[in-house]
Design a protein around this ligand. Structure first.
Ligand code: NAD
Ligand code: DAU
Length: 355
């Protein structure tokens, strides 16, 4: 049995679905179901006894103690977080509460549970913390990609809160000996991605005939990894990662945002051409830049490849085609996530934002 937190969100849900597809070890899935959590992501697991869903907060110590005692997991994988940089700029409080205080409470609950385990179970236990490349800050154009030795230089409330959580995880290993592993991954994309983030926002806006808002000059660089490759990396680190180590996860797919948007448009032009025969690129609009916008991220994932033999299965070309096709095939999922709260967010973030 493993305990996954945040398993109704984008990466967590993909992880739970893949975990149960490749093996038979049961999962307890603890998720608060914030705006980003969606039980429909897990619809295919209805009636599956190997998936136990619990709605709750990683900051709720009483609940955590009860779940750990009841299910006796051999590992905890922490995906739960507030994850959207733009939201962290509008309102950082939730990011501090979940990403910092929540991770602290989870670590304390897990530490007490782990310390009381019998010796063999204690030795086998793992706490895997899912983190981000954003903790390393922004790279100059010609600088080498982030290795695990790069200094932490977070620039947004989101990345600062994730950096703080990474430090707590490190300290719980160093001080208490908690058997931790940390992964720092680049930008994910794929099925179930909430359409507040670049790629799914561009797909759903394009199909709805809306503008495609590109921040600033569109030349910010992100390093893209198909979500299922991130999930396979986490499984591999959980299986064989060295205790207390951090592993960077990435696919060597650095691309400027405008190239991503043009690629999405080209795929939609091919797969779902506009009725007026024009390209979706005509919907691109340059808007006011994100405050403090990091210019470039790039991940050096050679440690994970060298030590654990992990490699991504998808190239950007295969992954982005699958992703666009998934959104075309799941209009009901897209309609369902575009709730009143989603519309309020879009209005707050983009209204009057044309550059
Ligand atoms: P997401 O926003 O899609 O999902 C987060 C999930 O956590 C949601 O289901 C939400 O309900 C849940 N949650 C939030 N606060 C909670 C709390 N207090 N208690 C319990 N559950 C709570 O995020 P995501 O994109 O799936 O990211 C998952 C993790 O991976 C995060 O830790 C994020 O920092 C990290 N990460 C994301 C990316 C990316 O590109 N999306 C890349 C690297 C790392
Ligand atoms: O690098 C990993 C991180 O990737 C994760 O830790 C975060 O949880 C995840 O949200 C993501 O952060 P980004 O800020 O890079 O992702 P986002 O999809 O919000 O933006 C990607 C790039 O696209 C970024 O440079 C901002 C730009 N952008 C984004 C949106 C939503 C636009 O130009 N227009 C938009 O409307």
């Amino acid at each position: 049995m493993i305990l996954v937190t945040g398993g109704a969100g984008f990466i967590g849900a993909n992880f739970v679905l893949d975990w149960l597809a490749v093996g038979d070890e049961p999962v307890v899935n603890l998720d608060k179901l914030t705006y980003a959590g969606n039980l429909h992501n897990l619809d295919s697991l209805q009636g599956d006894a190997s998936h136990v869903f619990v709605q709750g907060d990683i900051g709720d110590r009483t609940l955590l103690d009860r779940l750990l005692a009841e299910h006796q997991p051999r590992a905890v994988i922490n995906f739960a977080a507030e994850s959207h940089v733009d939201r962290s700029i509008h309102g950082p409080e939730d990011f501090i509460q979940t990403n910092v205080v929540g991770t602290f409470r989870l670590l304390e609950a897990v530490r007490h549970y782990w310390q009381a385990l019998p010796a063999t179970q204690k030795e086998a236990f793992r706490f895997l913390h899912v983190s981000t490349d954003e903790v390393y800050g922004s790279l100059a154009p010609a600088a080498a990609a982030f290795t695990e030795e790069h200094n932490y230089e977070p620039n947004s409330p989101y990345s600062a809160s994730k950096a703080a959580s990474d430090h707590l995880v490190r300290a719980w290993h160093h001080t208490y000996g908690l058997p931790v592993l940390t992964t720092n991954c680049s930008n994910n994309y794929g099925p179930l991605h909430f359409p507040e983030k670049l790629i799914p926002l561009m797909i759903v806006n394009a199909l709805a005939g809306k503008s495609l808002p590109v921040y600033g000059d569109g030349m910010q660089i992100r390093d893209w990894l198909y979500v299922k490759d991130h999930c396979s990396a986490i499984r591999r680190v959980l299986q064989a990662g060295r205790l207390g180590e951090t592993y960077n996860v990435g696919g060597w797919n650095e691309k400027p945002n405008i190239d991503i948007v043009n690629t999405v448009c080209a795929l939609l032009d091919e797969l779902r051409p506009r009725s007026d025969g024009q390209s979706y690129t005509t919907q691109i609009t340059y808007v006011t830049d994100r405050p403090g916008h990091d210019r470039r991220y790039a991940i050096d994932a050679r440690k994970l490849e060298r030590e654990l033999g992990w490699k991504p299965a998808e190239t950007f070309e295969t992954g982005i085609r699958k992703t666009v096709q998934w959104y075309l095939d799941h209009p009901e999922w897209v309609a369902q996530v575009q709730s009143g709260a989603y519309r309020e967010w879009v209005q707050k973030q983009y209204e009057g934002a044309a550059a």
